[in-house]
Design a protein. Structure first.
Length: 114
């Protein structure tokens, strides 16, 4: 059974940091490109970061470039999103996604507020 389980979300003050984790099972992580998406209230889901199969290349949305870092550990079947210098506009539900399987997790809520 394919599972992607996100964790690490929560309430943080502006300027703070969070590290999201995505634990995967039921499929071979090493052959999948992994993405982090987010969806803010009333907005469409947007792609935040992508990491290739062997972590040789990463790409980011302009809005998070220089603040967020995506990484993966295929042996541990984990994908991470380190988020620094968080802003209120980063508030959203963050989802882990695997391609080409198009597997999705249920998301973890990040709230950036005083």
């Amino acid at each position: 059974q394919v599972q992607l389980v996100e964790s690490g979300g929560g309430l943080v003050q502006p300027g703070g940091s969070l590290r999201l984790s995505c634990a995967v099972s039921g499929f071979t992580l090493s052959i999948h490109i992994m993405n982090w998406y987010r969806q803010a209230p009333g907005k469409e889901r947007e792609l935040v970061a992508t990491i290739t199969r062997t972590a040789g290349r990463t790409t980011y949305a302009d809005s998070v470039k220089g603040r967020f870092t995506i990484s993966r550990d295929n042996a541990k079947e984990m994908v991470y999103l380190q988020m620094n210098s968080l802003k209120p506009e980063d508030t959203a539900v963050y989802y882990c996604n695997a391609v080409p399987g198009q597997y999705w997790g249920k998301g973890t809520l990040v709230t950036v507020s005083l």
